[in-house]
Ligand binder design. Sequence first.
Ligand SMILES: COc1ccccc1CNc1ccc(C(N)=O)cn1
Length: 250
Amino acid sequence: MKIDVLTIFPDMFKGPMETSIIGRAQGKGIVSIQTHDVRDYTDNKHRRVDDTPFGGGAGMVMMAQPFFDALEKILDAKAGEKAPDTRVVLLTPQGKTFDQAKARELSQIPRLVMLCGRYEGIDDRVRQVWVDEELSIGDYVLTGGELAAMVIIDAVVRLLPGALGDESSAEEESFSDGLLEYPQFTKPAQFRGLEVPPVLLSGHHASIRRWRRKESLKRTYQVRPELLKERNFDFDDQVLMAEALQELGH
Ligand SMILES: COc1ccccc1CNc1ccc(C(N)=O)cn1
């Protein structure tokens, strides 16, 4: 998978994208993440990327020309033409909220191009001509799209085959069935007088699976009840949910 990032702060990507899982995935050739400094595509002497907004108002807006020239070069395409296996994503508070389903969808796309805006955003003609999808990582405003891009890259790259060691890839199913994760414990079994739930030390795998599912239902009910609304419970889940509610004192 190839990911190109257009930003005026390429150095922001050095640490997070070259460390641990993401860094190793690049090393293994599973993904290639390349940043492009938008300033390198400016056509003015001072390498300015922003200007005042038409119609007035506070702040500055990023100009369209550097993004157009950068995209035409990176995609080797004229304005508006684009290879079908490429998706251009704009990170913006106005975007559709990113979630695990979107992460899975993006992990199947051979090439992602991510546009990171600063200031009050990017001239809308970039969106009109080049952007396939506007994504937001949540309902809050950041100083730029870079951190949002890194969050999305992290969530996507870890799904690529070979990115995680085999022992970790199993965790994917547990979230993808729409419940929050159950609590995790590791050695020692006693720590500062605090115990590990005995069922987890029992070696009874059916009981362990049952306990975990019930804990997921409890947690989801307490923290994200809306996730349970659209869920159709099979008979076992209904029994577990009833037990969970009892244990929660409902
Ligand atoms: C005022 O900022 C902008 C306005 C328009 C575009 C980009 C920016 C850059 N900032 C961003 C970017 C993304 C997110 C998010 N929630 O994903 C939050 N802030």
